[in-house]
Design a protein around this ligand. Structure first.
Ligand SMILES: [Mg+2]
Length: 367
């Protein structure tokens, strides 16, 4: 791209509920309050993972996406409960209703997170900080829950800002401080930079936004592919992505990069079970059924293939999806193969997801 791009200045708020599922459970069940609570798969079950841990549980090192078994080891007296997605969805609707008092340009990223564009707000409040404060207060008063807010001129910075003072925080990064903020930002905090990419950057001596700024766009593209375009702009405070109120879920998936190459069918099946469990949890969360399953395989030589299978009936049956993933894997001819990554994506959903859903390619483990 030759033309000089200039940043579009908007007033963006990113709202992120604090430990959402766990907070709803603690709100509804007083006996869980001030206790280490884990919402997700039960540690007794196979392949269960933590969806959300309460702040009390996080003190023990328990994190989202961690196997529940591991969470139990970290905190043997933790309370484990299964998620109640129907309830979270209801609460999420109410949160969205609060947002809509201020703007209709709302882009939910999940049940507990959304971008709001308040460049023009319905109540002519004008100050995005005031709006964020009012939203937080309304969530507290009406739903007895807390949220953290990031307020800035673009999505990238607003999203990172909401994470700075969690829980119950509000962080404003104004137009004049955006570039400085990104320059100081460690690369692992860059939204969209996974562990592997961050590791690669550090090896190249890139630790902060300022370091990335030293490279030309061509250099960034040669090292990081398409993402290089994005990095080049973002470190200059340029993120002109709009808040998109009507995005729909087209696919969702999960993948896992392994610490060592998988060579046996047993290992591969175990990995697929774990990955499918995550995909299945997401399907339940968004109440979707799929008609296509896609398997992604990356080999030790980084060659990558995908295989898909579609069927006539929509399903959210975990075993069915898992079996298809296994069949697809077998169809690739696994004799003598060394696999470093497996991914499962489901698509072709029955119901178009409710307005505002975002494509939900989940890379829980790394990429
Ligand atoms: Mg959250």
């Amino acid at each position: 791209m030759e033309e000089k791009e200039t940043p579009v200045r908007r007033k963006i708020i990113h709202i992120d509920m604090d430990a959402f599922y766990a907070s709803v459970e603690q709100r509804d069940y007083p006996e869980y309050r001030e206790k280490p609570l884990v919402v997700g798969g039960l540690p007794q079950g196979r392949g269960g993972v933590v969806a959300t841990a309460s702040y009390e549980a996080r003190k023990f090192g328990i994190r989202s996406a961690m196997p529940s078994k591991q969470a139990l080891q970290l905190c043997p007296h933790a309370i484990f409960v299964r998620p109640r997605f129907a309830v979270y969805k209801e609460v999420s609707k109410k949160i969205r209703e609060i947002f809509s008092r201020y703007t209709d340009i709302i882009e939910p990223l999940s049940l507990d997170e959304a971008y709001l564009d308040v460049t023009v707000d319905k109540l002519s409040i004008g100050s995005a900080i005031d709006i964020a404060e009012q939203i937080k207060q309304a969530i507290k008063d009406e739903l007895q829950l807390t949220a953290s807010a990031g307020v800035s001129v673009n999505k990238f910075v607003a999203k990172i800002a909401s994470d700075i003072k969690k829980p119950d925080g509000l962080t404003f990064i104004g137009p004049s401080s955006v570039e400085k903020f990104i320059e100081r930002l460690p690369v692992d905090k860059f939204h969209g930079v996974g562990k592997v990419t961050a590791g690669k950057m550090k090896k190249m001596g890139l630790f902060t936004g300022a370091d990335i700024k030293q490279l030309t766009e061509e250099q960034l593209i040669s090292h990081f592919g398409k993402a290089g375009h994005f990095y080049y702009r973002i470190v200059r405070g340029i993120d002109n992505r709009e808040v998109q109120p009507h995005r729909e879920t087209k696919s969702m998936g999960a993948e896992d990069t392994f610490a060592y190459d998988l060579t046996t069918i047993e290992e591969m099946h175990t990995a697929l079970e774990k990955i499918t469990q995550i995909v299945y949890d997401r399907l339940l969360k968004y109440q979707l059924k799929c008609r296509t399953v896609t398997l992604k395989v990356k080999y030790s030589d980084f060659k990558q293939i995908t295989r898909s299978l579609s069927f006539t009936e929509c399903t959210n049956n975990k075993d069915f999806i898992l079996n298809i993933a296994k069949q697809l894997l077998e169809s690739t001819g696994i004799e003598n193969s060394r696999i470093r990554l497996l991914g499962v994506t489901v698509s072709n959903f029955n119901n178009t997801a409710p307005k505002g859903k975002t494509p939900d390619q989940l890379k829980l483990f790394d990429i």
